[in-house]
Write a protein that binds this ligand. Structure first.
Ligand code: NCD
Length: 310
């Protein structure tokens, strides 16, 4: 699905697909400014003083929700977070009615996560409030791809020419789709790998530079970046493989890392399942940047909110 033309500057942030390289570079550069130095705390600014950001989460989330909240507050904004379980949505109110009610309270931006692909685009067409997509169904998760790019660029001078293996439940992953769009715009080679049932062939056509691999070893060979994905059990209807069986064929173990570049980095958007997608030795190894990703989430979301609201 392609989102309506949008710009992070004016209309919010609905996806990576319709951003251009310059917009992405500007956000990543500004995020660098917000990254704390070692032994430093985050910068606190007042640029969004007087602004209200509503975080509306219709799906479970820990790091994304908290990270948006912290980012908004560190810029001086007020935040209100609504989880669908505790709201009128659970009393049967429609999405449009919920959003019209919130819009009547005149927030300056809405950050939204929803299980339906396209839900934030639908709202953006109806409301005159910038919408930030915090993950919509199988479609996009733009701030995750931006924080992933920020993390890769903390370890590599450029994205161009990098070999990035994205491994796991590609079929149900909005993280994979947003990353493919972003990495492809910068000329990376992207290998998507997973069990045949979780690796739709048409994804090879999603963007230039994408290839498919069904075996881990093939995907990891020479990789600069290995991005592991969670098996999205909540989005699957067929009986999934057992954790042990999945780990045997698609779990990342220390011995795999020897096939990659010596300074390979291992990423995962979280939440991680040790013993399914990756071993504890890998998750806790020197090569893992999983916690750096979480940390960069705040800096990137500060850059996005500032751009949209100030
Ligand atoms: C991802 C998501 O929600 O799409 N998580 C996240 O935002 N950190 C990936 C996942 O849930 O597996």
């Amino acid at each position: 699905m392609s989102a309506p033309v949008t710009s992070a500057k004016t209309a919010g942030l609905l996806g990576i697909e319709n951003l251009d390289r310059t917009e992405i570079e500007e956000i990543l550069e500004r995020a660098r400014f917000f990254q704390p130095l070692p032994n430093e705390t985050y910068r606190r600014l007042e640029v969004l003083k007087g602004k209200t950001v509503v975080n509306l989460f219709f799906e479970a989330s820990t790091r994304t929700r908290v990270s948006f909240e912290i980012a908004a507050r560190r810029l001086g904004a007020e935040t209100i977070t609504i989880a669908a379980q505790g709201s009128s949505v659970s009393k049967g109110e429609s999405l449009v009615d919920t959003l019209n009610t919130l819009a009547a309270m005149r927030p300056h931006a809405i950050v939204m996560r929803h299980a339906a692909s396209g839900a934030p685009m639908f709202l953006a067409r109806h409301l005159h409030i910038p919408i930030v997509n915090a993950g919509d169904g199988l479609h996009e998760h733009p701030t995750q791809a931006l924080l992933d790019a920020r993390t890769i660029l903390d370890h590599r001078p450029s994205l161009s020419g990098l070999r990035v293996a994205i491994i796991g439940d590609i079929a149900h992953s909005r993280v994979a789709r947003s990353n493919v769009h972003l990495l492809s715009k910068f000329g990376a080679d992207i290998v998507l790998c997973g069990p045949p049932s979780l690796l739709p062939r048409e994804l090879a056509n999603l963007a230039p530079g994408v290839s498919l691999a069904f075996r881990m070893k093939e995907a990891i060979q020479g990789a600069d970046v290995i991005m592991m994905l969670r098996v999205q059990l909540e989005r699957q209807h067929e009986a999934p493989m057992s954790a042990g069986e999945y780990f045997r064929f698609y779990g990342l173990r220390l011995e795999h890392l020897a096939l990659a570049k010596p300074d390979v980095i291992v990423m995962h958007p979280g939440p991680i399942n040790r013993g399914r997608e990756l071993s504890s030795e890998v998750a806790d190894s020197q090569r893992s940047v999983i916690l750096n990703q979480v940390e960069n989430g705040v800096a990137v979301r500060m850059a996005v909110l500032e751009r949209i609201l100030s």
